[in-house]
Design a protein. Sequence first.
Length: 250
Amino acid sequence: MGTINGEAPRIPEGCRRCAIREMTVCSAMVSSQLDVLEKFKTCDRILPARSHLYRAGERPGEIYNLLSGWVTLYRILESGKRQVLQIASPGAFLGYQARVDAPMQHGAECISDVAVCVFPRRTFPSLLEQHPSLGRRLLELIADDVIRGQDQLTNVGARFGLERVAYFLLQIHLHQANSRNTPPEQPLDIPLTQEMIGDALGITAVHINRLLRHLRERQLVSLRKGTLRMLNIDGLQRLAEGSRLDTSPF
């Protein structure tokens, strides 16, 4: 079993002891309502890296609250090429869509060992009807996902390769630092391979290797052996925003 930051995924002892509850859809429920969630959810589960929550085309009977670990949402094109749509981290609500009986349009693969709490998919809309605050919170999370999707599209479509990688790593690091309430300069263990980063950014793994080396040589950021270090956050931000010191279109 692979771990992140030296910690294996763990199941909390009930919703009240869930360390990330305020980050999830469950934050809409006050303490007196948490028993409703405890009774409604199907189970808690730990899954190993490289396993799937669901695959494109499947009609899963479950939706998932990601408690710990990392999950990649992706599509496989007709050519066999893989496009990473999103890197999901704790707090993400996965597998929900408006039509609960429709097949999934993307797959969700664990890229580390993960812990999830599991809700029944078909009856989840009835829970939202009974607790409108839960529905409002879910809309907030969906709106955040839309913004991240637009951000990802802009990054891939409008930046050169070096800027694209810089922005991607910066957003990953800042999101994790904010969610964990840790200093931005603190190293972060991430399970992302160069191939995964390439699949997210539309760049080959060989080219990703070259770009990472270039960023490291410029003392901006280092990603080595699964550890991401911000060496110069301000400089990385300037590069990601297009304030380049050179004009070579990597």
